[in-house]
Design a protein around this ligand. Structure first.
Ligand code: NAP
Length: 278
């Protein structure tokens, strides 16, 4: 018989996963608790299974609890769940935040439950769409072995690709995505500012950068960062890099510091290539 799942916080992500587990007969969605009963009822109707409840006392015992409330509510929801006496040594409690470790579920752990975090790396903005193309989604996971054994199976059954991460590095793991996505945008904006300083209007600069950026990204994903590196430092032309560093620092102090940091990091990256070639 399928394990039972109670959900505390069944919004965009919660209802997507619950619908997939229901459609694939992986887990039995049992009780759903949101801030408002009306919202929990809407979630149940999207999922096509389960029962909306109004408070923690009404939750029936379940094998697994998913706390998919917003990040700032995960700890208080977990504390309420533990206080309500719903957890045993056989219960698995997990959340799906990328920013918080499984240790945020300390109250559940103290109540004897096994805890984990499972962070699907995708957007759930449209639950309908997310459910349709969830298969193949990478999930960063960490937590107690007992919780992971259960959750690896449940997530794999709906097509997730589970990637173990070090529990004590969850914040660094989240920073990786910030570097790859958010700061990449910031960096491209710095490039636009440099083009603007040289007299190139933003719309033209964007078109000029496009083939360069797309080509570089293709290279990174095709051959990896070490082999995708081009430019003065990759060629060992430090005179050009030094001249640029001085010019950028004179133009903008902050960008100058950024450039200097990049010189050091890029020299280290180039050295990795030379060490793999020798
Ligand atoms: N959305 C994404 O693309 C995405 C991607 C990866 C990971 N995540 C993670 O998934 C988790 C949920 O995100 P989401 O985008 O699904 O959030 P969401 O759509 O805002 O849904 C949050 C749900 O939690 C409920 N809730 C809030 N406080 C509660 C409380 N005190 N008690 C019970 N229920 C409560 C809300 O109920 P009401 O409806 O009644 O307000 C709502 O249904 C977060 O940890 C987030 O970091 C999200």
């Amino acid at each position: 018989m399928a394990a039972t799942l109670n959900i505390v916080g069944c919004g965009k992500l919660g209802r997507t996963l619950a619908r997939l587990w229901t459609d694939h007969s992986v887990l039995t969605v049992q009780d759903v608790l949101n801030q408002s009963l009306e919202s929990a009822q809407q979630a149940v109707s999207f999922v096509g299974a389960g029962q909306a409840v109004a408070d923690y006392a009404s939750l029936r015992p379940a094998d697994i609890y998913m706390i998919a409330a917003t990040d700032d509510r995960i700890v208080p929801c977990c504390e309420e769940l533990a206080r309500a006496g719903k957890l045993t040594a056989h219960t698995v409690v997990f959340h799906c935040s990328g920013a918080l470790p499984s240790g945020a579920l300390q109250a559940a752990q103290q109540a004897g439950a096994a805890v984990a975090s499972v962070h699907p790396i995708r957007s759930f903005a449209s639950p309908q769409q997310a459910a349709a193309d969830f298969a193949g989604t990478y999930c960063g996971v960490e937590g107690d072995p007992q919780a992971l054994a259960t959750l690896n199976e449940s997530f794999a059954a709906i097509g997730a690709r589970m990637v173990p991460i070090h529990a004590d590095c969850k914040v660094i793991y989240h920073a990786a995505a910030v570097f790859a996505s958010n700061y990449l945008v910031t960096l491209l904006d710095v490039a636009l500012q440099a083009y603007a300083k040289s007299g190139v209007p933003q719309d033209v600069a964007l078109r000029m950068m496009e083939p360069l950026v797309r080509g570089t990204l293709d290279n990174v994903f095709n051959v990896g960062t070490v082999n995708a590196l081009t430019g003065p430092i990759a060629r060992g032309d430090m005179a050009t890099a030094d001249r640029q560093a001085r010019a950028v620092a004179e133009w903008n102090k902050n960008h100058g510091k950024l450039y200097e940091q990049f010189v050091e990091l890029t020299k280290a990256l180039a050295a990795r290539r030379h060490s793999t070639q020798t």
